[in-house]
Design a protein around this ligand. Structure first.
Ligand code: DOR
Length: 429
């Protein structure tokens, strides 16, 4: 039997924390033993976890891997390498590819690409055909292939009647609808948050209400239909208040926030650098504070990256013509450790086991570090500091807004089904 043993770390998982080594059987891809000072095994490969947390691998509910169709920005391979370096063992791949993931053929294509990736890749399907918001996509045929999350991300479903039907359909399939909350009529094509900064910069903005209207509408529709809704990348204090109130009344809604919405404000747009253009847009400090509060009090269930690679040509356009989106997979954990006033276990709940449960993949990811479980693990040095260098990222794109920023918290090793895919911060393939 060939064994990898992660030695000297502190296991942190959904059941708590303890000092323990973790032995992994690379043939079965499962955890073989967990305990303090495990005896040395013949021919073992040791991964040093001194001073580190040993945790279930991170799970991203929201990554754009761009394949098929936009391979100049990212591929499943490059995106999964970025993910593994960021500590992720699973990502949900957004379906706004070209063509979109709106039927069985493209689901199979992405699943096939995922088989050789450095993390598990779970394609999300679209809610509507071509993300056009007019007709429901064949969700049942995609669900039969294992798709558990459906979204038109990049756009919200504008038609409330269609969204009602989608939620009814989803309830029967036991899948989750994830909504990009943006009322396009109210957003009016705005390129940043509508407020003092958009006025000063002379850039058309979109108000917080463009997001909040759809959050309120979808909470009402979830109540009406019993469908499971997950609200993506919430960015305003008002949205988070709406979710908090709905939860208090027992609605089983879930919600995520991105690292950029708890670390950057709309003041960044003063540089007119499109690297700060993203949808939903960066908001004022009061909203950033509300996102942090929502993550701390459990109103927001998960941190999701919205990793949105864009080729250099796109991001070199003027602000109002550049595509929205920023990289996230390689910086999410460190941003959370550096910027959130939360214990590491709380951060890992948001990045790993709670996210795994929402994605419906908690038999494989998240959960507990215990014998017999799939060995999808991440080893984190919470005290290591590093400086973000866009040129050193594994993503095929370079559009990180954090260039030159010093961060605390670094992934040392990532293990995917027993295989060390990252060792000492280096991808192994
Ligand atoms: O900024 C964004 N970029 N927001 C989205 O909703 C879509 C994403 C993309 O695909 O680039």
């Amino acid at each position: 039997m060939s064994t990898v043993v992660i030695r000297g770390g502190r296991v942190i998982d959904a059941s708590g924390q303890r000092r323990a080594d973790v032995a992994v059987d690379t043939e079965t891809g499962r955890i073989a033993a967990v305990g303090p000072e495990l005896p040395e095994r013949s021919g073992e490969r040791t991964l040093d976890a001194d001073g580190c947390a040993v945790t279930p691998g991170l799970v991203d509910l929201h990554a754009h891997l761009r394949q098929p169709g936009q391979e100049e920005a990212e591929t499943v391979e490059t995106g999964s390498r970025a993910a593994a370096l960021g500590g992720y063992t699973a990502v949900v791949a957004m379906p706004n590819t070209e063509p979109p993931i709106d039927g069985a053929a493209v689901v199979r294509e992405v699943q096939e690409l995922g088989r050789s990736a450095l993390c598990d890749v779970y394609p999300a399907g679209t809610i509507t055909v071509g993300r056009a918001g007019e007709r429901l996509a064949p969700m049942a045929e995609m669900a039969a292939l294992g798709v558990r999350i459906f979204t038109d991300d990049g756009r919200g479903v504008q038609d409330a009647r269609l969204m009602r039907r989608a939620l009814e359909y989803a309830a029967g399939l036991e899948v989750v609808l994830a909504q990009h909350c943006e009322d396009e009529a109210v957003a009016g094509g705005g390129h940043m948050h509508e407020g003092a900064w958009s006025s000063r910069l002379g850039l058309p903005g979109q108000p917080a209400e463009a997001e909040e209207l759809m959050v309120a509408r979808d909470l009402a529709l979830a109540r009406l239909t019993g469908g499971r809704i997950h609200l993506q990348h919430l960015s305003t204090a008002g949205s988070i208040d709406l979710v908090r109130a709905a939860r208090a009344k027992g609605l089983p809604v879930t919600a995520e926030a991105t690292p950029h919405h708890f670390t950057l404000t709309d003041a960044s747009c003063a540089s007119y650098d499109p690297v700060f253009k993203v949808n939903p847009p960066l908001r004022p400090q009061a909203d950033v504070d509300a996102v942090k509060q929502g993550l701390a009090d459990g109103t927001l269930d998960a941190i999701a990256t919205d990793h949105a690679p864009h080729a250099v040509e796109g991001k070199e356009l003027p602000f109002d013509q550049a595509p929205p989106g920023m990289l996230g997979l390689e910086t999410a954990l460190a941003l959370a450790v550096s910027e959130l006033d939360l214990a590491l276990a709380e951060i890992l709940r948001l990045l790993s086991w709670r996210a795994a449960a929402i994605a419906g993949i908690d038999r494989e990811h998240g959960g507990r570090v215990e014998e017999g479980r799939p060995a999808n693990l991440c080893v984190i040095d919470p005290a290591a500091t590093w400086v973000v260098d866009p040129g050193a990222l594994a993503s095929r794109s370079r559009n990180t807004p954090y260039a030159g920023r010093k961060l605390t918290g670094r992934v040392r090793h990532t293990v995917l089904r027993g295989e060390p895919v990252v060792i000492d911060g280096e991808a192994q393939r």
